[in-house]
Ligand binder design. Structure first.
Ligand SMILES: O=C([O-])CC(=O)C(=O)O
Length: 175
């Protein structure tokens, strides 16, 4: 198997990003997701520019996105907070790893969590769910989404670590 190099995870801590950018928290250029997400995957911390999918219990567009080169990006999946099925499982996590995605954030559920935990990937989701989603080809890619009241647009930056997940209008980590 060809091993696609993962983009190096930038040095950051979500706590420092919040402490060092209070004016941006005030203006909304830096936004904090509510602490509603559980962590899976081998990478406890990850960051990257955002790509988006919005879907309704149908993960067709999640697969389509993860089939493309990730180039260190984070796929944000607005599943509307659905607790009805899983929008990401072991196969898609392996695909994401193979294609160089830094992480996947799902406002919804995942499954095959042991398989996800074996992938060099960071995953955040609301919960695990054993049921797979529909595959009807519905859903949208590269649209602005809103997760738990937080607006996230393609090209924003997502930073996730053990303390939380933050979204910024631009890269904020020290270079
Ligand atoms: O394929 C799917 O729809 C979700 C899944 O179970 C996997 O990624 O393994």
């Amino acid at each position: 198997m060809t091993d696609i190099p993962q983009a190096a995870t930038p040095a950051f801590a979500t706590t420092d990003l919040c402490d060092d950018n209070e004016p941006l928290l005030a203006t909304g250029e830096l936004r904090v997701l509510p602490p509603a997400f559980r962590a899976w995957g081998r990478h406890a911390r990850f960051a990257g520019p955002v790509a988006t999918v919005r879907c309704d219990d149908d993960n067709s567009m999640v697969r389509k996105a993860l089939e493309t080169p990730g180039q260190g990006r984070v796929l944000v999946v607005d599943g509307g907070g659905s607790l009805r099925c899983a929008l990401l499982g072991g196969n898609l996590a392996v695909l994401a790893e193979k294609n160089g995605w830094a992480g996947v954030l799902v406002d919804g559920c995942v499954r095959d969590t042991a398989e996800i935990d074996a992938c060099r990937l960071g995953v955040r989701a609301l919960a695990a769910h054993p049921r797979r989603s529909d595959r009807r080809g519905s859903g949208e890619r590269e649209v602005s989404v809103e997760i738990c009241g937080v607006k996230i647009a393609p090209g924003d930056w997502c930073y996730a670590d053990a303390d939380g997940v933050v979204i910024a209008d631009r890269a904020l980590h020290p270079v």
